[in-house]
Design a protein around this ligand. Structure first.
Ligand code: TYD
Ligand code: MG
Length: 441
């Protein structure tokens, strides 16, 4: 009997260390009738170099999305790549793989045997081993994601690397929804779960209890970096992506901070937040923060404490210098002497004088930017003279420390407008009642 063809869709982005193992694990299957679609999302050279080693095998096909970095955040990229691959596949069965996962050698054989001997079953899934590794590639934790019986609601219970389904059921989904996977950017966190909801309309997931794939969670794993990250990031945040360059977010731009300037401007490197590349690269590149900023009009960064004579201290906001009127105010805002940057007098004088900062906050005052306020119950971050409620889990994510919070009385608070809150994506939607449905499709 001829063995049916299995089409494997491997999505890849910048995982030079592990993508080769993923491909190798397909080559080492004890089942030979497969085709592999390597869907690469315009990875770096190192990653492409690893992939190219395998392209001589006629069963392996390579596709490079050539996506522009600035467009990366616009869709859930792996879903977009899978949608691109599916019409090209010729297999009776579809199987997914990511660049940080390996198949156990009998995975295809076992899953095909199960589907072939159970007519009418369209989806099979297996247990998965999850290994968490640190930056040095050492395993720091290990767990088994066990199968949970026959599933009518597989969302968030099954990873896409643990599934095989018929091509036919994918076509049914496409006919019904107009697309295979939903690649809306809302689904970055759990695109597979959203597709499972679609599949579950027509089919149940049947378990094979063996562990048939091993997946690695790295410190750069999307899910980890994305957890509790708000959709809009506060300006003034220090961020980095997969590469080590550090950026300051200002005016919807990312400004690279050169190493020497980090200490010169008293930035705390421990505060830098690592975010997924798609969310970093969506910001256009702004003027770098390098030695040139100390020349006239060279865009000294905001939210810095500065002085030239060690007595008068200013807070830079909107490119203006706001004088901190007295020590009481300085202490009220929990500013620290060690954070004050010493500037040359002539240079400090190039800044236009802004409204002074003083306490208590009155009607005519404008809020100092990027101060964490606390009203006894909730936290708020000030941005552009508005108070934005910030969830404590988002604060933890963004390395904003609770002990820096400045008390704001209800009376003071009423004098300022509230802006949109900093919530993480799904939470925000839930709050707005937009995603009432229990099972999002
Ligand atoms: P990954 O970082 O492994 O996230 P997690 O394991 O936490 O779910 O990314 C998942 C998949 O998405 C992986 O196969 C690579 C793919 N991907 C892209 O195709 N483009 C991108 O820009 C990113 C960030 C990921
Ligand atoms: Mg992964």
């Amino acid at each position: 009997m001829e063995l049916p063809l299995v089409s494997i869709i491997l999505t890849s982005y910048n995982k030079a260390n592990t993508v080769g193992n993923a491909i190798q694990s397909v080559l080492e299957q004890n089942y030979s009738n497969w085709e592999l679609w390597i869907m690469d999302d315009a990875s770096n050279e190192e990653t492409i170099y690893e992939i190219e080693k395998y392209l001589d095998d006629s069963r392996i096909h390579f596709f490079n999305s050539k996506i522009k970095d600035s467009d990366r955040y616009k869709t859930t990229r792996y879903a977009t790549l899978i949608n691109e691959a599916l019409p090209k596949t010729r297999g009776k069965y579809i199987s997914y793989l990511t660049d940080d996962t390996v198949y156990i050698s009998n995975r295809l054989r076992k899953m095909v045997a199960f589907l072939e001997s159970n007519n009418g079953i369209d989806v099979v899934y297996s247990s998965q081993k999850v290994l968490e590794i640190n930056g040095q590639n050492e395993v720091v934790s290990e767990k088994i994601r066990k199968t949970k019986g026959i599933l009518s609601h597989a969302a968030n219970l099954v990873d896409h690397c643990s599934v095989m389904h018929t091509k036919e059921i994918a076509e049914t989904v496409k006919r019904h929804f107009g697309s295979y996977w939903s690649d809306s950017p809302d689904n970055w966190h759990n695109g597979d779960a959203v597709f499972w909801n679609r599949l579950n309309l027509f089919a149940k997931f049947f378990p094979l209890d063996d562990v048939l794939d091993v997946t690695y969670k790295t410190p750069y794993s999307f899910q980890k970096l994305n957890a509790y990250l708000p959709y809009e990031l506060p300006k003034g945040l220090l961020v980095k992506g997969y590469l080590s360059n550090i950026f300051l977010l200002e005016n919807n731009q990312r400004r690279e901070i050169h190493e020497a300037l980090l200490s010169k401007l008293h930035y705390d490197v421990d505060k830098v937040v690592t975010i997924p590349d798609p969310f970093l690269l969506k910001y256009e590149i702004g003027p770098p923060i390098d030695e040139h900023i100390f020349r006239k009009d060279h865009l000294f960064p905001n939210d810095r404490l500065v002085t030239s004579n060690h007595v008068d201290i200013y807070y830079i906001q909107d490119r203006k210098r706001r004088k901190i009127t007295d020590m009481q105010t300085f202490e009220h805002y929990k500013f620290l002497r060690k954070d004050v940057v010493i500037l040359e007098k002539w240079y400090l004088e190039t800044f236009v004088e802004g409204p002074p900062i003083t306490v208590p906050l009155l009607e005519e005052h404008s809020l100092p930017d990027n101060i964490l306020f606390f009203d006894g119950e909730k936290y708020f971050l000030s941005q552009k003279n508005k108070l934005h409620e910030i969830h404590f889990l988002v604060m933890a994510k963004l390395n904003i420390l609770k002990n820096k919070a400045v008390f704001i009385s209800d009376e003071e608070k009423r004098r300022f407008k509230e802006g949109p809150p900093f919530y993480w994506n799904n939470y925000y939607h839930r709050k707005k009642g937009r995603k009432k449905k229990k099972y999002n499709i």
